[in-house]
Write a protein that binds this ligand. Sequence first.
Ligand code: FAD
Length: 424
Amino acid sequence: MVTEQRVRFLVVGAGVSGLSFAGKLKSEDYLVLERESEIGGYCRTVHQDGFVWDYSGHFFHFKHPELERELVSRMSDEVLRVEKSAKIYWDGTWIDFPFQKNIHQLPKEDFIDCLVDLRQRTESSSLDFKSMLYSKFGVSIAEKFLIPYNEKLYATDLSALDVDAMGRFFPYADENEIIANFRASDNRSYNSTFTYPRGGAIQYVHALAQQVDSSRIRLNEELLSLSLKDRVAETTQGKYRYDYLVSSMPFPRLMELASIPYSPEVYSWNKVLVFNLGFDQKGPSDIHWSYFPQKDVSFYRVGFYDNIFGDDRMSLYVEVGFDRAVELSPEVIAEYRSRVLRDLGQVGLVHGHRLLSEHHVVLDPAYVHITQSSRDEVEKKREWLKACGVYSMGRYGGWTYCSIEDNMLEARDLASMFCSLDSL
Ligand SMILES: Cc1cc2nc3c(=O)[nH]c(=O)nc-3n(C[C@H](O)[C@H](O)[C@H](O)COP(=O)(O)OP(=O)(O)OC[C@H]3O[C@@H](n4cnc5c(N)ncnc54)[C@H](O)[C@@H]3O)c2cc1C
């Protein structure tokens, strides 16, 4: 017979969100369930053959320095502070990111197209992401970079996305700023300076986990179903009767497990296949990550860990975006591995390099497709779930686009709310 355990807070997911929440609770009556064999979620790190790779580059940029200081004070690892250098591959050379502020670095004909179309754009109050790109930047900036790049990333028609699908992470620039940038370069963004520990993103996770009682983290235990009415959760290991369930698993999956009727067509997302590749010699030394809008190049972004660490062997993460319907079988992954290696040669990043070590991972979901209907439905359903004692949080629990810091803050705020309730 399956035994039933009582717990006040049942936390689903030991990623940044779940650990931040559990670590700030005053109550010790909690359990964290994690279906994987280790903590960290998407902020896990792979150490292999002397290379350090994340599940795709995960860099830390804090709006709240006190939060960063608190976490770093708990780390023994060296934390590097890096001034970002991001480039775009264009016609066999590199221009600075963001494209829209650096059109003056393009070949003359492309520059004239972009500038003239920028001046002649028709501004309108856009209803979707694609029309916003045309309206704010004109046809050429939109069609040469912003649309092809984002279509490769999101693997969807951009006119289906909400106008604000990338929120504060989209590098807006008006005509005056674009023109001013021709003379005095100012490519600052939310992540102009970022931090990264020598031991990879997982070091921040370990700093969070120090505040969580490790005996209360149950690895290899997956939530399988929820009875909202009885407040009972069934997992691969047993049953729990909870007062509150706090989940960071993808929102549509939570609704399935709780048997809540929902509209599946409202939820759409991409998958990202990440290849981590370690080579025997250095590549370019002045780029932290780079963007590829070209349709005939399989990847949309390549990052250089070696230029963050100051290493002398090129260490890359290479990201390829897919529609979620694409089955990423071992055969498909092998085919993309060959294409990626071929394309790295074509864009000149690999020439005479020997591949020493490699790893790949599929992030599914990776980028959720934020639409007006997904916003509305998620907001409504999350409110409704709260009334049943279920709180859905995090990037995928909130079905949103946000940073790791945002996840930490949201989780801590939720924990403080419970702490205040307890002290009433
Ligand atoms: C390609 C890419 C690059 C990114 N780069 C950056 C970056 O540079 N900087 C930045 O700030 N942010 C970045 N992000 C965002 C960042 O990854 C997320 O904001 C953050 O990792 C989300 O943490 P989380 O804990 O909310 O979710 P997750 O990390 O997804 O954790 C959820 C956990 O729940 C577990 N789980 C799921 N279902 C169940 C179940 N049924 N039972 C038990 N456990 C379950 C999962 O295994 C997982 O461990 C990036 C995201 C992507 C996709």
